[in-house]
Write a protein that binds this ligand. Sequence first.
Ligand SMILES: [Zn+2]
Length: 442
Amino acid sequence: MNPPPLLFRHADLFDGRRFRSDCDLRVAGGRVVEIGRGLRAAAGEESIDLGRRWLLPGLVDCHVHFREPGLVRKEGYAFGSAGALHGGVTTVLEIQNNPPLMESGRLLAAKIEALRGVSRVDYGPYGSLTPASAPRLAELAPRCPAVKCFLGCSTGAGGVRSEEDLRRLFAAAAEVGVKVVAHCEDNGILDRAAAELAGIAEPRHDRMRPAEAEIRSVEDAIRVADETGAELHVFHLSTGEGAARVAAANAAGQAVTGTTAPHYLLVDAEAAAAAEQHRFKVNPSIKSAADGAALRELVAAGRLQGIGTDHAPHPLAEKERPYRQAPSGFPSIDLLLPLVVAVHDRFGTPLEPLLAAVTRLPAEEFGLERKGRLEPGADADLVAADPERARTVDERRLLSRSGWSPYHGWRLRAFAERVWLRGHEVFAAGRPVGPPRGRPLF
Ligand SMILES: [Zn+2]
């Protein structure tokens, strides 16, 4: 079925860089064809008057875990992509961090094919960068946005332990010219902290996984990337210092980039420690209020390449276990748009760079030419949201499978009201609409 021709009228339109007030946008063939003021509906066009609501490019979440294949009981694309639409997200770049890791072209191709007719959003799974995949990166590279390397032990992924191993992996990626996306925490520092806190039943997570672990690991990764010629992107930066190292290397001309996550901008270590059921236990840990402020400044200045959720669902029953048995990570993709708006509302961070960090910037970073912006030729991935309407988050109404949220009870605004994917309406009134239409990006 071809998408219908559409004319959106009277929108406060965010084009990926800035808001344009009272603007119209025409869609034909699933693409944006015209943006202007006072556009008139052509014959056969459906006209949608937005009454000065926001019209945004569909959000691009460059860091999610949907756990398919292998751990679909925790999420899967059917649930995860419905949650994505709830958060205004129409494109996900997704990391397999449970077995089977995406260590061969065959595995990755099979995964991508199996998700047709399942995913409600466009999708691009990352390949895995491990000793097993290193000789096969030429198979993986054309099928993925980048390859994922764990420099610190985290959920379901062992992590690189020696600099020799790291150098070998980065050199293999440099040779085929595929970008490395990395989780940076230093295993030695994590081990030392764990040993020091071994006698404490419920240690603070930010002491078990301290700031120094990220900073040291970021420094090492930047140095080894420089030595090997690898392109490096550091995910979910949680410290002001680590993020500043990334931004400085980038400014100095090295191919080093990075993203942070909403929780590092919105929550500090004290608040995270006070949350019940280890709800905000996540790797890297949530750091100090000063770290949050430094990260917000870098986002405001456009010196990071985006904000990705690190959506990592687990059943609440598992999160409630004693500290050491409780898994790290939590669901959050359902709320991405209202969460970035909350960073503006709570801390005064300018709105436009925050919205660019979940639209245009990650699209540019990962080579998605038709995503993350509204301009002629772009995919008509669109989100209509009412910035005036606030709501208290009720975790039972979210769509991802785990059915809970660390943001339960938060008052947020600018929820996605209607969402279009390549011109097809795919979400309205809090629910997905129509069949799953997600397509692979690579
Ligand atoms: Zn992650």
